[in-house]
Design a protein around this ligand. Structure first.
Ligand code: PSV
Ligand code: MN
Ligand code: MN
Length: 425
């Protein structure tokens, strides 16, 4: 399925008179505060958030999976879904692939489809958390950290294969997330696990093309529940530091113990030019992977506040932005549209923070004033300038409403059939 730009513009028309009035009012309000709304809008237009291939189908839990009809079952259909999202919001023009789930059978055909859908290839992800059919050695007791060198070599070879797939597609980064760890005290020697993991990463890093980055993701628990090989940002940073300039830490919002100050982590990593990417999702308990901004929008804003400050005031390299969420209930396309919108809103709120006034308040230890400044930005309803950025970029005034008006899910079911991944029917 392809979306016609004219059709989107046509559906926007009904909203334009009211939208213009609302946008004008906010732009003037911002102007009076000394904020140039045009520059905010231009930044919003440029901002792109990659969609992971695994979020396009309904996720599951170990208790069940309730996927819906018309969800993609091939790499081609996943790229088409991302292309549809991008046509609706002009902010999700990239897909992040997971190998071996997304191995392209015909690279040229995949590249031309991606081009046609205006979709780029973001970081590629390796998978050593599952055993694949026909695989010689098992990852049951770990992969890059495994006590057995042969298992580590197999996992290293897989990561190099992922880099090669990514190179063919024009990707520029490899993300390594390890499920490696232990479930019981005494199961492994912490220092040896660290050394094995780092040594394996060094061998992968050695194969990285000159213009690539290696993004080292961390996670405190799950699937291992006593220790993880890379449990936290300190470990990830130590490894990235030792690997070299092309290695950077990747922060996934859900990969922290409750109440961790994630905004402080991103600030410090950026100060050291060592933040490589960010995975968006939301959670109440842990790695819940629910829709970004659905539970803790103020935290998302505070994180963006540091990201924006870091982008303006540090030498941190450009970041790789991705949604990393997948769950059981909503239509995945609707969920992703909501997630992108929530991220854009948090970004826009961070862009209108009066940074000069905030710095002055901090220097003066004026805590109440500092809080007022942050909350003034957070409590400004910026949805209208996010919509203005979309309209200017040729996207839908309301991507979710347009998705429903065009009955895209039904069109996909008509095209792909009623097959669902969960039932196989
Ligand atoms: C598992 O927690 C996970 O969600 C990590 O965040 C990775 O980025 C993702 O899966 C894909 O491997
Ligand atoms: Mn992640
Ligand atoms: Mn995760």
């Amino acid at each position: 399925m392809r979306l016609d730009k004219n059709r989107i513009a046509e559906l926007n028309k009904a909203h334009l008179p009211q939208h213009k009035e609302d946008a004008g009012r906010l732009i003037e309000k911002l102007y009076n505060k000394g904020i140039d709304a045009d520059s905010v809008i231009n930044k919003l237009i440029k901002f792109q958030i990659a969609i992971p291939s695994w979020a396009l189908g309904t996720g599951g839990t170990r208790f069940g999976r309730f996927s819906g009809p018309g969800e993609p079952t091939s790499l081609e259909s996943k790229i088409e879904d991302v292309g549809l999202l991008h046509a609706l919001n002009q902010s999700s023009g990239a897909i992040s692939l997971h190998i071996p789930w997304d191995v392209p059978s015909d690279v040229d055909a995949i590249c031309s489809l991606a081009k046609e859908m205006d979709v780029k290839f973001d970081a590629v992800n390796s998978n050593t958390f599952q055993d694949q059919k026909g695989q010689a050695l098992s990852y049951k007791y770990g992969s890059l950290m495994h006590v057995n060198k042969e298992v580590r070599d197999q996992a290293i070879a897989h990561n190099i294969e992922v880099i090669n797939h990514g190179t063919n597609l024009g990707a520029k980064a490899l993300t390594v997330w390890l499920a490696d760890g232990t479930c019981f005290p005494g199961q492994a020697n912490f220092r040896k696990s660290f050394e094995n993991t780092l040594d394996s990463l060094k061998q992968i890093y050695a194969e990285l093309p000159a213009d690539w980055n290696l993004l080292v993701e961390y996670k405190p628990y799950e699937p291992n529940f006593y220790s993880m090989a890379i449990p936290d940002w300190g470990t990830s940073h130590m490894m990235a530091q030792e690997l070299g300039d092309k290695a950077l830490s990747l922060v996934d919002l859900g990969h922290h113990l409750p109440n961790t100050n994630i905004e402080q982590i991103v600030a410090i990593l950026m100060m050291r030019s060592k933040l490589g990417g960010f995975h968006f999702n939301d959670s109440k308990y842990g790695d819940d992977d629910v829709t970004s901004g659905s539970l803790k929008p103020y935290q998302l804003f505070l994180i963006f506040n540091e990201l924006v400050d870091g982008m303006d005031n540090t030498d941190n390299p450009d970041l790789s932005w991705m949604i990393d969420a997948s769950h059981n209930l909503k239509d995945p396309m609707e969920d992703l549209l909501q997630a992108v919108e929530a991220i854009m809103i948090a970004y826009a709120q961070a862009l209108i923070v009066d940074r000069k006034a905030l710095a002055d308040a901090q220097e003066a230890n004026d805590i109440a004033r500092a809080q007022e400044i942050l909350q003034d930005a957070y409590r400004t309803d910026v949805r209208v300038i996010v919509a203005e950025a979309r309209i200017k970029g040729g996207a839908a005034w309301s991507p979710l409403e347009t998705y429903r008006q065009l009955d895209i899910r039904k069109a996909l079911v008509d095209e792909r059939g009623k097959y669902t991944l969960a039932t196989g029917l």
